[in-house]
Design a protein around this ligand. Structure first.
Ligand SMILES: Cc1ncc(COP(=O)(O)O)c(C=O)c1O
Length: 466
């Protein structure tokens, strides 16, 4: 096995920048592995000698190595040696690091998708293996359509702490993502009274609206402002779908008085609130606001999934259902597909129970917080007139551009640069809502100045802040 010297690292990394040495080290090493400049199987020098050779703190080297081991770019071997991973063994389309122009992926990434390079592959593989060892023969028949009890128990414990909401295992229904939760609850609502109408935020995720319409519901858009959904004069409807912790796409938080008004509206008319909690655990500046469900467990169905926190590829989510709809929801789930995959549910339960899920969430939060911070710092420095909206949370950010051409140009330039982007107008019922939704969680390294330049030019083109 070839052992790299500190000088080899100096060669591939180039000059040390004056600031943000951690990001320089991590991104430089990742690029060097992906491009083959550091060959697969080569062993890194000890963190002590690497730190001395590069002129950085030992902790900085250890943190960068730790993160790259988690991404699968480096591999930790027994007797504390760390080697360069063989990326050729990774499946196509999973090269680590920022999306690169011209690199084909199976499907374009959505603005809200997490960085697949952060997926805890080793921990997930361990969880699958352990789960398969423990599953009884009897559990390999058709599943309980409500979901595997060990997973419902593990999730109830996690959500009670993470979302400050009352959750018992008996309230939890396992589904294949928030999309299926909406489709199934939509079916339940379509048969209820007053049947057929559901309030949605304007703007909202087009996918959410599509699921509700697909279930036969009439969607009634209600505007969102900087304090979340407008609750004055809510129309009559059987339910409302809201994103209180982090509005999609505008990124605002539902104000406390509006939370109370929304719950009062639900109670007054025997209505259901569907709390789409899609990315609530990714708050960077403080603890996330507690779930709306905490205010009215009998009125609020809390919908969540692993799509933003682990990967949308798993198709695994949950509904914490009020007693009044739980049985109808389980029945709809049974009719739809007889229940979710037992081995995947068991593996996710293991991941939660052995602490690997919490460790992954901590690491993902830190990574996305740092990327978001670097992008916002660069915007503040080089394009201070670009109006970024929303709180420090989630995987995306929004820039308003009150000009249709500027919106279209920004979206296509970002996509051409390999950055997920959507027109804000595609999420809105009102014609005057324009701008760009950017998949900020994947923007790092050389993509940062490119994104800044695209947004700067778009804002100038739209006459914003100039
Ligand atoms: C606001 C919002 N809700 C729900 C979903 C659907 O998520 P899932 O993958 O859990 O079906 C998405 C997906 O992007 C989303 O952006």
């Amino acid at each position: 096995m070839r052992r790299l010297e500190p000088e080899d690292l100096v060669l591939v990394l180039g000059a040390r920048p004056p600031s943000d040495v951690g990001a320089w080290l991590r991104d430089g090493l990742r690029d060097a592995v992906a491009s083959g400049r550091l060959e697969a199987g080569a062993a890194l020098p000890s963190s002590r000698s690497a730190a001395a050779g590069l002129g950085v703190a030992r902790g900085t080297v250890a943190a960068a190595v730790d993160e790259l081991v988690g991404e699968g770019v480096l591999e930790s071997r027994p007797r504390s040696s760390v080697v360069v991973a063989d990326l050729a063994l990774r499946p196509r389309g999973t090269a680590p690091g920022p999306a690169r122009p011209g690199v084909a992926t199976e499907r374009p990434a959505s603005v809200g998708s997490p960085d697949p390079g952060l997926f805890p592959r080793a921990a997930w593989a361990r969880a699958v293996r352990d789960a398969m060892r423990e599953l009884l023969d009897a559990e390999l028949g058709y599943p309980d359509p409500q979901g595997l009890l060990v997973l419902r128990e593990a999730l109830a414990g996690h959500l009670r702490t993470a979302r400050a909401a009352p959750v018992e295992a008996e309230d939890v229904v396992i589904v294949s993502g928030v999309a299926q939760a909406l489709a199934l609850l939509g079916q339940v609502l379509a048969g209820g009274d007053p049947a057929g109408r559901v309030v949605v935020e304007d703007p909202a995720s087009p996918g959410v609206v599509e699921q509700l319409r697909g279930a036969g519901l009439d969607v009634v858009p209600v505007p969102v402002d900087e304090r979340g959904l407008r609750t004055d004069g809510l129309p009559d409807a059987a339910a409302a779908v809201v994103t209180p912790a982090h509005q999609f796409p505008l990124g605002v938080v539902l104000a406390p008085d509006r939370r109370r008004e929304l719950v009062a509206w639900a109670r007054d008319g025997d209505r259901l609130l569907l709390e789409d909690d899609y990315d609530a655990e990714l708050r960077y500046d403080r603890q996330p606001v507690g779930a709306l469900r905490g205010l009215a467990p009998e009125r609020v169905a809390l919908l969540g999934s692993v799509s933003k926190l682990l990967s949308p590829a798993l198709r695994l989510g949950w509904v914490v259902a009020p007693p009044g709809v739980r049985d109808a929801l389980v029945d709809a789930k049974r009719r739809a597909d007889l229940g979710c995959s037992v081995p995947e549910q068991a593996a996710f339960a293991r991941l939660i129970a052995d602490g690997a899920y919490a460790r992954h969430l901590r690491r993902a939060r830190l990574t996305y917080q740092r990327r978001r911070g670097l992008l916002l710092d660069a915007l503040a420095r080089d394009a201070p007139h670009v109006p970024v909206e929303g709180v420090a949370a989630g995987l995306h950010l929004v820039v308003r551009l009150p000009d249709g051409d500027a919106e279209a140009r920004a979206v296509s330039a970002l996509r051409a640069a390999g950055v997920p982007a959507e027109p804000l107008s595609g999420t809105a019922a009102r014609g005057d809502t324009r701008g760009v939704v950017v998949g900020a969680a994947r923007v790092q390294g050389p993509a940062v100045p490119r994104v800044v330049e695209i947004l700067r030019a778009a804002a100038v083109g739209a006459g914003v802040g100039v």
